[in-house]
Design a protein around this ligand. Sequence first.
Ligand SMILES: Nc1ncnc2c1ncn2[C@@H]1O[C@H](COP(=O)(O)OP(=O)(O)O)[C@@H](O)[C@H]1O
Ligand SMILES: [Mg+2]
Length: 254
Amino acid sequence: MSALTKHFGDNAVLRGIDLDVMPGDRIAILGASGSGKSTLLRCLNFMERPSAGVVELAGQAIGRAAPGQTPAGERRYDEAELTRVRQRVGMVFQQFNLFPHMTALGNVMEGLRTVRGQREAEARGRAEAELARVGLADKADAYPARLSGGQKQRVAIARALAMDPEVLLFDEPTSALDPELVGEVLRVIRSLADEGRTMLLVTHEIGFAYHFASRVLFIAEGVIHEQGTPDQVLKHPSEPRTRAFIERHREFDF
Ligand SMILES: Nc1ncnc2c1ncn2[C@@H]1O[C@H](COP(=O)(O)OP(=O)(O)O)[C@@H](O)[C@H]1O
Ligand SMILES: [Mg+2]
């Protein structure tokens, strides 16, 4: 993405983000609450429309430059195009966002049925395979209310994986979990990293980010304030602001 900006009214939340994500990159995104991390991820799969700037997927710019605008200026988006983009860029939310009236299996099948147009049997087979992969084969018929937070988040990951996304976005996937449930979700994310998947992860789990990421970004005031390898940003940050953030969030040495 280049020169990405997003404002809500006169609140400029993203103020020019340039970021190239290559296949297999694992990018951890850190930053204070309210710094625009969720907005950044939401702009990447167009749950929010950027105010200006270009998001490219596999080398292709999404949307068309509005007449009279520079390429990085305001763009026009076509809803059908955005629906296709959202399939290619999967998202996992802090609050899981499962349908409460559907079983775990039903939640994973839903996109396969409605977006992919798969038949019942095909969608069921795929959904069962994805639930098995996150260790929840035996919870297929459970409703979200009967699942722990960690199990709900694993269902949400299975749902995202079922759509064969090229990029996976995780927005603080363990922040809503009791501490004892964090590990089971991080293990699944770790296994996806080991498969070489392309992922962007917003997290406050500094220790996990250190071992997970190929690159770490620290966001402040709507720009990338500092970026580099995990060693550079998490162990030897050069910016005082980054250092202060890491000191506050570091729970143990890594
Ligand atoms: N839909 C929205 N409408 C208006 N303001 C929003 C909306 N979403 C986010 N914001 C504002 O954008 C800023 C950044 O929010 P967010 O991206 O959620 O930050 P973070 O995820 O880093 O905590 C906040 O000031 C927030 O109030
Ligand atoms: Mg957020």
